[in-house]
Design a protein around this ligand. Sequence first.
Ligand SMILES: C[S@@+](CC[C@H](N)C(=O)[O-])C[C@H]1O[C@@H](n2cnc3c(N)ncnc32)[C@H](O)[C@@H]1O
Length: 199
Amino acid sequence: MLLERLEPVWCLPETGETFDRVAVFGRTAPLVIDIGIGFGDTATTMAAHDPSVDVIGCDVHTPGIASTLARIESMGLTNLRLLHGDALVFLDRFEPGSLAGIRIYFPDPWPKARHRHRRMTDEVNVNRFAELLEPGGFLHVATDISDYVAQTQRICDAHPDLNGGVIDRPEWRPVTRYERKGLAAGRPITDMWYVRRGS
Ligand SMILES: C[S@@+](CC[C@H](N)C(=O)[O-])C[C@H]1O[C@@H](n2cnc3c(N)ncnc32)[C@H](O)[C@@H]1O
């Protein structure tokens, strides 16, 4: 089976020792974590487009991981690895200041007020993201949910180490599978780009 054959080759353990990029990628290139890759269309396209950057795409969804593994193999990608598990647990394997970027494209919306604490951009997670970014590293969030935009802006704008806000949709970001659903439903898309202060 595809998952049994490819998961041991391309997927990383969710927990364990501090992440060793040389052991995994064989080099020390800028490292980006992509949280919630779905079926992997966007993560694989972006990895192929910029081979100078190493990317770890994370998702808990098994069919999505299987689809992404098939793409990695068919596209011959060497700069993309996967986490089949919880990205928020996996982040414990990274040292502060070790990431060039964190992407969160169309996170699960959790629209009900009592579920808002599950959103990716709550205070606790944004603090962790900021700490993990190297100076100049980016947090790029895209969503079609207006109060997700408001929450992300409120929390990131208030963070002392982050600088940024809403940007025009970058042409280089592929339209994702979930973004297409939002567009079809007439929802506007918002991209937010925050950079870790410092040099
Ligand atoms: C709405 S989908 C968006 C997928 C893709 N980014 C897109 O735009 O088409 C959100 C994805 O995040 C994943 N996800 C949610 N929480 C996660 C977590 N803690 N760790 C890894 N993936 C997570 C879900 O399984 C789902 O595939």
